[in-house]
Design a protein around this ligand. Structure first.
Ligand code: SAM
Length: 289
């Protein structure tokens, strides 16, 4: 779908785009192809697409995958898509808020790939929710703000390393990313974007019961980035238990969370959660940072 075609469709349907729904449509065919390539689709794949918009990416997904489930919040676009893809038996189209739908249905996506140009306002909570769910998708290829993309893939040495990096990388390995300039979208967003691919770890770093401990550690540890992590953690765990865990792991009592690697956070969760995973009581859901 070219830019001229997109503009014609919007004009013909008298569709005024809604900023709060992150309606920046991707019209650059090279970038759409690169996204589909990054997803490594085969006819055996089932794809979850969130926010199909006018369907420029959906078109590529349908050409390459075996089935596509697309969830779109804007009824005007759903109606357009129903007509546009009326003959497509591979496509299931849902009119819903994707975040509500995923939280409500708790479906098993473990054999699915998520491929989407995400609505930026819900990108982080949506990804964290999926990563935390039991049936997490096997591969994720998503376009989102460049700054969020950096946080998703950041390692311990990077400036962007933080809560979102750790909550996602506990279950997923970053497999690559590329930048997409703002003028590839209509209308162009105020910031650049990037497409990121994450692959579910073949072997989880932690058993499910320790995930809440890990999450609490990360959230409390990063609650004040410039403060010593040990001091911050004392609000959630007994001082002696923490001191012993830090000694066993060889962590300096002065260390800040930004210097603690994913593996060290996972080890800490094991130590602090052993026989006591309930230490994470009061854990909240919701946005990553
Ligand atoms: N995939 C299209 C493309 O690449 O041109 C559109 C991407 S646009 C960045 C995001 C899309 O997500 C819009 O169509 C918007 O209406 C839809 N959207 C926004 N919030 C949503 C939500 N909570 N659930 C489902 N769709 C949503």
């Amino acid at each position: 779908m070219k830019l001229t075609e997109m503009k014609q469709i919007l004009a013909a349907g008298r569709i005024q785009l809604t900023k709060s729904l992150g309606q920046n449509f991707l019209h650059d065919q090279n970038q759409l192809r690169r996204i589909a390539d990054a997803a490594e689709l085969t006819p055996a794949d089932a794809v979850l697409e969130i926010g199909p918009g006018l369907g420029p990416l959906t078109e590529y997904l349908l050409a390459r995958a075996g089935r596509v489930l697309a969830i779109e919040k804007d009824l005007r676009l759903v109606e357009f898509l129903r007509e546009r893809f009326a003959a497509e038996s591979k496509l299931t189209l849902l009119h819903d808020d994707a975040l509500d739908y995923l939280r409500r249905e708790r479906s098993d996506w473990s054999d699915w790939k998520l491929v989407a140009n995400l609505p930026y306002s819900v990108a982080s909570p949506l990804l964290v929710d999926l990563a935390e769910s039991e049936g997490k998708p096997k591969r994720i290829t998503v376009t989102l703000q460049l700054e969020v993309a950096h946080r998703l893939v950041a390692g311990v040495a990077a400036e962007e390393y933080g809560v979102l990096s750790l909550l996602m990388q506990l279950d997923y390995e970053p497999k690559g990313s590329f930048k997409i300039a703002a003028d590839c979208f209509f209308p162009p967003p105020e910031v650049d974007s990037a497409c990121v691919t994450l692959e579910r770890r073949s072997k989880p770093l932690l058993p499910p019961e320790l995930r809440p401990v890990f999450k609490r550690l990360v959230k409390v540890g990063f609650s004040q980035r410039r403060k010593m992590m040990l001091k911050l953690l004392r609000a959630a765990w007994p001082a002696e238990r923490l001191a012993a865990a830090f000694v066993t792991l060889g962590l300096s009592p002065q260390i800040r969370a930004e210097k603690v690697s994913l593996q060290q956070f996972a080890e800490l969760a094991r130590k602090l959660g052993a026989g006591n995973p309930g230490a994470a009581e009061g854990e909240d859901r919701g946005t990553a940072e």
